[in-house]
Design a protein around this ligand. Sequence first.
Ligand SMILES: C[S@@+](CC[C@H](N)C(=O)[O-])C[C@H]1O[C@@H](n2cnc3c(N)ncnc32)[C@H](O)[C@@H]1O
Length: 303
Amino acid sequence: MNKAKPFLKWAGGKKQLLKQFENLYPDELKQGKIKKYIEPFVGGGAVFFEIIQKYNVSYSYISDINKNLILTYVVIQKKLFKLLETLEKYQKQYHNIEEEQRKPLFLSIREDFNSQKSKINYKKLSDKWILVAAQLIFLNKTCFNGLFRLNSKGEFNVPFGKYNNPNILDIDNLILVSKILQNTEIVIADYKSCFKVADEKTFIYFDPPYRPISKTANFTNYAGFEFTDREQIQLADFFKKLDTQKNAKLMLSNSDPKNENSDDSFFEKLYDGYNFHQVNANRMINCIGKNRGQINELVITNY
Ligand SMILES: C[S@@+](CC[C@H](N)C(=O)[O-])C[C@H]1O[C@@H](n2cnc3c(N)ncnc32)[C@H](O)[C@@H]1O
């Protein structure tokens, strides 16, 4: 049977790490003793889709601070058919025009998407959400590298991508995704909002924005503001609070600063006393040739 997979390409997506992650999930998840799954930095949700379809959890909670991203999950959950209709219009429009007309179409949808922000009530689902969700999916499929990035004004600013046949309307996958989301609580929120739902039968996977590996590395701005070392420190405090007060199983990943500087023990100090694991990631550190290729990613667990 086909499985639901992420419907967006997302910076920091964990698709390529899923196999290695499998060995690092808590035994209780594999034994069916974990009943809740929480992913507070859900992004494209590669780990979420994997866990929900592989293990027997009865409740899941996903959140992200990126409002338009979460709005799109909610639209897929609650207004799938209207979303498919809108995507079908975009798909036809895109494929029926000459190649040189595609870039202007992309730019006008991008402009419209950016101008919607101030008009949306993110607290109440409305038909306006459907258009924003369709535009986000359209832009993700047709922009350069298929990414979502915002500038300092919070505007989506990725250029046109020039693909011959982008799959703007992936009906089969969106139907599968919608089914999965029927049992999921989807929340626009800071990661700390998950505290109230966690308990000792919960597994939480944290995938915060990467700590930039070097000062020159490009910083990925997902939501219009930065995740600095101060935020990494606050997140570690939150991890400890969940560990001691909720007894939940916790797993967190981040870039390993030792890729660039073997003396950088930032995470070892922050998560002193927890378990450290390494996985291989094919990420590029920066544009300098010698630093390309295999680098490590850290996984920290409390079990
Ligand atoms: C590394 S990405 C997650 C990638 C995801 N695991 C995947 O496979 O696509 C980090 C996510 O954290 C979100 N984020 C940043 N700051 C946040 C905060 N304070 N609370 C919740 N989410 C936040 C970003 O919007 C982004 O989607």
